[in-house]
Design a protein around this ligand. Structure first.
Ligand SMILES: *[C@@H]1O[C@H](CO)[C@@H](O)[C@H](O)[C@H]1NC(C)=O
Ligand SMILES: *[C@@H]1O[C@H](CO)[C@@H](O)[C@H](O)[C@H]1NC(C)=O
Ligand SMILES: *[C@@H]1O[C@H](CO)[C@@H](O)[C@H](O)[C@H]1NC(C)=O
Ligand SMILES: *[C@@H]1O[C@H](CO)[C@@H](O)[C@H](O)[C@H]1NC(C)=O
Ligand SMILES: *[C@@H]1O[C@H](CO)[C@@H](O)[C@H](O)[C@H]1NC(C)=O
Ligand SMILES: *[C@@H]1O[C@H](CO)[C@@H](O)[C@H](O)[C@H]1NC(C)=O
Ligand SMILES: *[C@@H]1O[C@H](CO)[C@@H](O)[C@H](O)[C@H]1NC(C)=O
Ligand SMILES: *[C@@H]1O[C@H](CO)[C@@H](O)[C@H](O)[C@H]1NC(C)=O
Length: 446
């Protein structure tokens, strides 16, 4: 335990440097900025984004003494074989940032790593789940290893993962052999062995294959009816969901870990980009300030500014999530009879929905719709890629509004960030993008 205590006693504080990168402001991207990301860049040069980190005025610093933590010795998972991915997870879930990156990067990576660990171990054990005793030891060991590398100490709460999530839960199939007898494995591999990160979210090729396989194995515990047919309607969603985990673990056992991670994170992105993860408080104060055809613009925009400042303390968002949040908030305001475009009037931009660095102006950061992992560098700390455009006004929902995550490619919503690559092809306008790199510098005070 001492190595953790040692680490915890370091008083950490956060300096956020938001660096404007001038030469990027003159760069025009013909294609979507998201296309620069390695995953979806066929030819481009995906590398130049991270090295833009500014030099730290406070270097050097070390995260922690990475001595091996004391493990239970009772976990059957092979953590050593996955040490690179586990280090990446620790950085994605780094101490104070974990809650702010939970939804977009940390938890998707945390969960994917667990799925891959179990999948890889099934090659030996032939089991796609852990029993509850072993699950407890394994999750605790997993946590310890991550914490030893700087991860937050409450990841189980932050990501709502417990030992039961490592078991088969209510899924009736947990053995590799049983699984392979019941599902069309070549179909899963054909559809999920490699996914098209941009189109998967709309076409759901892999997601459908996984659901189908989950239904196949979920149905095993159900009786055949008089006609000798299975009755899938009898199978509860809970069982199907639990079986989806089994399918994912099986898939992760058939793929290289890095490929498996790409697939799992890609699937997670589809879900997270469909929602607005922010808690939107009651809009009455804004409705009061902005009602009656907005008699007093100052009080309207003050109310709006105060409202968004609450949102800005919550979480980092992807650009698509920010669009969803703008739509949700707009609809709430419209329900309160605010008919005119308050976003326009008060110059609310997409960036305003993002977490803001304390006390700094224009210091929001929207992540790309396919957020990449955070990186760590001993001189500059933890950094991640922001995909930011100051000048994109938040779109006010129109009556014929189609949500941002809509896959209808014929819909054209004006003034949306071209970076919304989940809806690639939607926006043909050439949009100038500014890129910020936020370098979070953690300084250990002794
Ligand atoms: C890490 O800690 C262990 C014991 O706590 C110590 O023996 C070792 O020298 C330390 N390593 C570094 C690089 O500080
Ligand atoms: C871990 O996250 C929690 C929020 O869930 C936060 O309160 C805590 O400070 C973080 N721990 C560390 C060591 O940063
Ligand atoms: C879990 O598996 C281990 C080893 O296979 C076994 O010793 C233990 O009894 C099992 N525990 C339960 C609750 O089934
Ligand atoms: C873990 O299991 C609990 C209870 O079954 C469930 O509510 C929760 O959503 C699961 N978490 C994940 C990440 O699947
Ligand atoms: C399995 O799926 C493949 C591809 O989708 C299909 O061609 C094949 O007929 C299926 N096999 C069975 C036994 O259904
Ligand atoms: C608008 O409201 C502000 C305070 O909210 C007040 O100071 C200002 O005088 C008002 N302006 C008009 C034109 O009523
Ligand atoms: C909105 O306006 C309608 C019609 O003028 C009215 O009936 C309704 O009560 C108003 N709703 C709110 C929340 O003010
Ligand atoms: C897509 O949106 C357009 C314009 O709103 C509409 O005419 C068309 O029917 C939609 N297509 C689908 C498949 O929903």
């Amino acid at each position: 335990m001492t190595e953790f205590l040692n680490f915890k006693t370091l008083l950490l504080f956060l300096l956020v440097f938001c660096f404007y990168v001038p030469h990027f402001s003159s760069l025009r991207f013909e294609e979507k900025v998201d296309n620069l990301l390695p995953q979806i860049s066929p030819t481009g040069n995906p590398q130049p984004l991270y090295p833009l980190l500014a030099p730290s005025p406070l270097s050097p610093f070390t995260i922690t003494n990475s001595t091996a933590p004391k493990l239970s010795g009772l976990c059957t998972l092979d953590f050593d074989a996955m040490d690179t991915m586990m280090s990446m997870t620790a950085i994605d879930c780094f101490t104070v940032f974990a809650p702010y990156l939970a939804n977009v990067v940390c938890c998707p990576q945390f969960k994917a790593t667990l799925v891959i660990l179990i999948g890889q171990s099934s090659k030996e054990t032939k089991k796609l789940s852990l029993n509850s005793t072993i699950a407890k030891h394994c999750l605790s060991d997993f946590d310890k290893i991550l914490m030893g590398q700087g991860a937050n100490n409450s990841l189980q709460q932050i990501c709502s993962v417990g030992p039961s999530n490592l078991t088969e839960a209510s899924c009736p199939v947990k053995d590799v052999d049983g699984f392979e007898k019941m599902v069309n494995t070549s179909k899963i591999l054909a559809n999920c062995g490699k996914i098209d990160l941009v189109n998967e979210c709309c076409q759901e090729t892999c997601q459908n294959a996984i659901s189908e396989a989950a239904k196949d194995i979920a149905s095993v515990s159900y009786e055949f009816d008089a006609m000798g047919l299975r009755r899938p309607s009898d199978i509860s969603n809970r069982v199907i969901n639990d079986c989806k985990s089994i399918v994912l673990r099986w898939l992760a056992s058939k793929l290289e870990p890095t490929r498996a991670k790409e697939v799992l994170r890609g699937l997670a992105n589809c879900n997270l980009n469909k929602v607005c993860p922010l808690v939107l408080p009651n809009v009455r104060p804004v409705a009061r300030g902005c009602g009656d055809e907005i008699k007093n613009q100052t009080s309207c925009c003050d109310a709006m500014g105060s409202y968004v400042s609450h949102l800005q303390k919550q979480s980092f968002l992807t650009n698509l999530q920010a669009l969803n949040c703008a739509a949700s908030l707009g609809k709430k305001l419209q329900k309160e009879n605010i008919t005119s475009n308050v976003y326009n009037r008060c110059r609310i931009t997409l960036q305003d929905f993002s977490l803001q660095a304390n006390g700094m102006q224009e210091s929001g950061c929207l992540l790309p719709s396919l957020p990449s992992d955070a990186t760590f560098d001993s001189s500059s700390g933890v950094s991640f890629l922001c995909d930011l455009n100051d000048h994109i006004p938040a779109p006010w929902p129109s009556l014929s509004h189609i949500p941002a995550s809509s896959c209808n490619k014929t819909v054209k919503i004006p003034a949306l960030p071209a970076a919304a690559s989940g809806a690639r092809g939607l926006y043909t306008d050439d949009v100038m993008f500014l890129l910020y790199t936020m370098a979070f510098i953690l300084v250990a005070i002794r």
